[in-house]
Ligand binder design. Structure first.
Ligand code: SF4
Length: 240
């Protein structure tokens, strides 16, 4: 199947079935989003959503965060991954937002990446979600699912290479949505260890399904279990 066809299947399916995908992080403004995205590195959105209400009640603006030390922030985020580092990042983030950006979250990827704890992925999430710009944040789900679907080649071995490939092929207007489509599909269906292909509506054009999964499901005739009358056959007869 040609790549353009795969992209057409991808955008057709998701625009029809998930026309308005959204981030699962809870936030009310750009500041709250950037705090949540910084906290979400190596952590689930669900867990982040558990800590942000109390954190943001205590530090409701960049100015409040700027006035706090990492030690004061730590107790609010102790239950998430890497709390020490993230507390330091948030303290620095608050200071830079307050001092260099007038308390506003900048809208450019370059400026966002100057903020402590903000890499290219976080910057892309912010400009995509807040400012609806055609930026593709590549996290572990986007990376895995886009490879499995055959949207990107095997040679795209870095998040940046995957980002460039996806941005080149997906219509600009759909890029912010495509980011969520790939994340949500990876989170709930095309999970890392054992993709739930039996529940997946994309099998007819998924490259990984065609190349790997469909072949696993074929039962070779030679190994098909023999059923002998009067015997209980415990073999499943399926290949793993
Ligand atoms: S068919 Fe399987 S491997 Fe392909 S996208 Fe669906 S769950 Fe993932």
């Amino acid at each position: 199947m040609r790549k353009t066809e795969r992209y057409r299947h991808f955008t057709d399916y998701f625009t029809t079935h998930f026309p308005e995908p959204e981030t699962e992080l809870t936030f009310a403004n750009p500041y709250e989003l950037i705090v949540a995205v910084v906290l979400s590195a190596q952590c689930t959105d669900k867990r982040v959503n558990l800590v942000t209400p109390a954190l943001l009640a205590q530090f409701p603006t960049p100015a409040h965060l700027a006035a706090a030390s990492a030690e004061e922030i730590f107790p609010f985020i102790r239950s998430i991954s890497y709390p020490n580092n993230k507390a330091k990042h948030l303290a620095g983030l608050g200071r830079m937002l307050a001092q260099d950006f007038g308390g506003e979250v900048p809208a450019s990827i370059e400026e966002l990446q100057r903020l402590p704890g903000v890499g290219r992925k976080t910057a892309n999430v912010v400009v995509s979600v807040v400012y609806n710009q055609p930026a593709m944040a590549v996290d572990t789900h986007v990376f895995r699912v886009s490879h499995r679907l055959g949207l990107v080649p095997k040679t795209a071995t870095t998040p940046l290479a995957v980002e460039k490939e996806l941005v080149r092929h997906i219509p600009e207007i759909l890029i912010p949505k495509a980011h969520h489509w790939l994340i949500l599909h990876g989170r709930y269906i095309c999970v890392a260890r054992q993709p739930k292909c039996a529940q997946c509506p994309l099998t007819s054009w998924c490259k990984y399904y065609a190349d790997v999964i469909s072949k696993q499901e074929i039962i070779p005739k030679k190994t098909a279990p023999k059923v002998v009358k009067g015997e209980i056959n415990n073999e499943s007869g399926t290949t793993k």
